[in-house]
Design a binder for this molecule. Structure first.
Ligand code: 6CS
Ligand code: FE
Length: 319
């Protein structure tokens, strides 16, 4: 069934606040949703300045929230997952680099490793997500991205929300990612780059999504790729940020912030964990693009139990 047909139920067009991959030309549409869904009070888990900065830029860096022992625990968990291989992990969740067999990503880390399960529920992250999204939250997606030294490949510019809306059926912009750096991110080893202010604009993409697009897109994206002109405009408006920092640094970014990262030709590997929180009220519906939704390991449709924030240190050792 074509995308247009799939979005007509009994002949009526389905309401789509953020249509994409439907027209022959890219457009820049306004954001219809709040960025900070909660109202700031002195009890909020973020300072007023940090809240305003997230609202304005579409991202925020949290430094020194984990102690050295916690960072070590997280780094060992990342190494363990990477070495675990197909037999210990759900095979589908292991994504290799195009061309080489190197591990590029491992998905659903919060269900495959208890350190990452604990991290995803940690109050230092989860309470911030609950505040910014102003709702109970659940984990829409989690993953480790490994970008090895010398030959680590890039992630081209994209808005996560564009893909989550079209391919997964996330209705509105009420989700965010938290990335926890698990190696130092320097200006040189392919750090995450973000376009400040881009979260206020929805850049539509062209080209109808083929079935099972995720099988190739997780290695290299072909649809859901923004056009050069819109990217150039966003970068001219707000510049390009590439926050750096040691392992343990956390970057929070809105679901619609345009981001990407360059390849890594330095000898220094770059590994980041990502946890995506979505508001329970913004649960997935039928995709707005292809008829068949992507599998659960990449987009939670059934596993939507609210995260119960856990306070206190992350455990020191994990099996
Ligand atoms: O398709 C996705 O859901 C994933 N792809 C990218 C490039 N970023 C977000 C997400 O992990
Ligand atoms: Fe992304």
């Amino acid at each position: 069934m074509s995308q247009v047909a799939a979005n007509r139920i009994a002949g009526k067009p389905r309401e789509d606040a953020y249509p994409s991959r439907q027209a022959t030309e890219a457009q820049v549409l306004p954001r219809l949703d709040d960025v900070v869904h909660g109202s700031w009070t002195p009890d909020a888990p973020l300072s007023k300045e940090d809240t305003q900065s997230f609202e304005q830029d579409g991202f925020l860096v949290l430094r020194d929230i984990f102690d050295a022992g916690e960072v070590e625990t997280l780094c060992s968990a990342a190494a363990r997952l990477r070495g675990a291989g197909q037999s210990a992990l759900e095979p589908e969740t292991l994504i290799s680099e195009p061309g080489s067999g190197h591990v590029r990503s491992v998905f659903r880390i919060h269900e495959q490793d208890r350190t990452f399960a604990r991290l995803a529920a940690d109050a230092r992250l989860a309470e911030v997500a609950r505040f910014l999204l102003n709702d109970d939250i659940y984990i829409h997606q989690s993953r480790m991205n490994y970008k090895p030294g010398f030959r680590g490949k890039e992630f081209y510019w994209h808005s996560d929300f564009e893909t989550w809306h079209v391919e997964d059926g996330m209705p509105r912009m009420r989700a965010l990612s938290m990335t926890v750096l698990l190696t130092e991110n320097t200006p040189h080893n392919g750090p995450l780059m973000l376009l400040p202010g881009s979260h206020r604009h929805y850049v539509t993409c062209i080209g109808e999504t083929p079935d099972n697009h995720y099988r190739s897109s997780l290695k290299q994206q072909e649809y859901g790729v923004p056009d050069d002109e819109s990217l150039a405009w966003l970068a001219a408006e707000g510049g390009i940020a590439a926050p750096t920092g040691p392992a343990g640094t956390v970057i929070i970014f809105d679901c619609n912030t345009m981001h990407g990262s360059a390849s890594n030709i330095t000898p220094l590997p770059r590994s980041n964990a990502f946890i995506v929180y979505n508001a329970v009220s913004n649960r997935l519906e039928a995709p707005f693009g292809p008829a068949t939704p992507r599998p659960e390991f990449i987009a939670s449709r059934m596993h939507v139990a609210p995260v119960q924030p856990v306070t206190g240190p992350l455990m020191r050792s994990a099996a």
